[in-house]
Design a protein around this ligand. Structure first.
Ligand code: ADP
Length: 270
């Protein structure tokens, strides 16, 4: 990748407050067009909040975002057409087949049927689901669902694909094949990939550029080599731990999860 690529994502002093809590604190970074960019950080660092602001789901408290030349607040539709997204939680319709899920997405994106039919076949082939296209998604494994979500995210030829922990809970074989799909589509379509992960070895292998966020602030960014040099470490995982410390950040639990945890701890007495 050449260094002269324009920045397809520009983030300047981006801030999001939830009441008194500053979830994202004056964050600035750029992502070059065609890059594979890893956005890393411990639990609660502000990654999802940032992705939500980049993808028009949340309005920033302050700061500036430019996605593919557009401001997500002023040009919401143009920004939405610029990216595809694969969420942490599967967002497929289990009661529909793989093909129907793809067709539904094509309708939502107003793709002409003449174009979408071919694209759907091509993408299902690409993620090795063509022979399962008429099966209900509820019969799919976790890896198959994630592959279908990626195919769906690519349907409208987005310039950017956002993936929030795309490999969470998948076995090493499936993780490896997902990254190889993403690398090939990044190359073939010059599509920018923006992802989060807790698997540091994946980021080290795949990402051209890495930003590390902690407690709402970007604490370092560069290539994996830059980050290792800067911290005098030999792996990205060590560099990450050196930069963010060893304190365990508990995963935020929703109200329902907290209730479940309580009933597990107290044997369901309360
Ligand atoms: P990450 O994705 O890095 O785990 P998040 O962006 O989800 O982090 O969260 C950043 C911080 O903002 C955390 O302290 C989290 O508890 C808080 N937060 C996230 N969403 C909300 C919300 N809707 N209301 C209040 N606080 C929130």
């Amino acid at each position: 990748m050449s260094k002269t690529q324009p920045n397809i994502i520009q983030v300047t002093n981006l801030t999001k407050k939830y009441g008194d809590l500053i979830a994202v604190d004056s964050v600035s970074f750029n992502v070059a067009e065609g890059a594979i960019f890893a956005f890393l950080g411990p639990n609660g660092a502000g990654k999802s909040t940032t992705i939500k602001m980049l993808t028009t789901v949340l309005t920033p408290t302050s700061g500036k975002i430019v996605i593919n030349g557009y401001d997500p607040i002023l040009k919401q539709d143009l920004v939405r057409k610029s990216f595809g997204i694969v969420f942490q939680d599967p967002s497929l319709d289990d009661e529909l087949t793989a093909l129907e899920n793809m067709q539904l997405h094509a309708v939502l994106y107003q793709l002409p049927r003449s174009l979408s039919q071919h694209r759907i076949e091509e993408l299902l082939e690409f993620v090795h689901l063509a022979d399962r296209k008429n099966n209900l998604v509820k019969t799919f494994s976790g890896g198959m669902k994630r592959r279908l979500e990626i195919a769906r995210g690519l349907l409208h030829h987005p310039k950017i694909l956002f993936l929030d922990e795309p490999t969470l809970g998948l076995d090493p074989q499936t993780r490896q094949s997902l990254w190889s799909y993403l690398q090939s589509v990044n190359k073939a379509e010059k599509m920018t990939v923006f992802f989060t992960t807790h698997y540091m070895e994946e980021a080290e292998k795949i990402a051209h550029h890495i930003a590390i966020i902690d407690q709402g602030k970007i604490i370092s960014q560069g290539t994996a080599v830059n980050l290792k040099d800067q911290t005098k470490t030999t792996s990205l995982e060590e560099a990450f731990l050196k930069l963010t410390g060893n304190n365990i950040r508990e995963e935020e639990a929703s109200g329902v999860d907290r209730m479940r945890m309580r009933s597990r701890v107290w044997g369901g007495r309360r």
